[in-house]
Design a protein around this ligand. Sequence first.
Ligand code: OOG
Ligand code: MG
Length: 263
Amino acid sequence: MVITELVDYIAYELFQAEAEGKEVDKFTELYPELDLGLAYEIQKRLVELKVEKHQTRRSGYKLGLTSKAKQEMMGVHEPTYGVLLEDMQLMEGQEVSIAPFIHAKIEPEIAFIFNKEVSGPSINTADILDATAYIAPAMEVIDSRYRNFNFTLADVVADNSSSSRYIMSEKLYRLEDIDLRLMGMVFKKNSQIESTSTGAAVMGHPARAIAWMANELSRSGQSIKPGDVVLSGALAGAVEIHAGDHFSVQFDGIGSLDISFKE
Ligand code: OOG
Ligand code: MG
């Protein structure tokens, strides 16, 4: 298969897997030529397909695998990014059906809302903080299209970094005097503590992870735009979602967020 055909083929397979709620086997086994560069091309094609078929548009980006906990959980050593779309956003207070998911998990995140464009390749943590209008408690529902959540870095990048849904609190907070590295987090499932963490779990500083992404995006001429939401990556491991589950994330200084799931 020539490369353009491979990009289209894998993007379509991933699109269909999500649409039908069916798992696929990782592609790197069959196609050893699938490297990280090609994986981001597949991701771009997959996002184009979703925008076209779901009549939606880009709302921002997400970082993936930014914490040691997540890198170890998935057996990789580098972060990734993916694209968030408007139709992925869940609203506070809504009970979410797990029916469309394959084997979804949920994880605690910090959302950044930008009011300036951020264009790499030489963005640093301070540039990210300067361009951030607000932050908010968030959670991401990830749902790998791969069998048993089993993938290599290139596979997961092609699959838009397992993105599925996201939710952030309607109350937004100004960064001002918050030290994101030391901002404590408690993540609960059905009122029991699942994990605790601080912002520093995300590559030392969540804004550093976003700076890394802004610089990576510039390689393909992309940038963070005013109005974009960016999820800076899970602060702790993802937890499986079952019908009837209730999750909450609580942050020092920026409040909390809740979500419930049903059949
Ligand atoms: C990849 C996505 C990870 C995060 O915040 O670390 C991610 C995966 O674990 O399936 O979104
Ligand atoms: Mg995430």
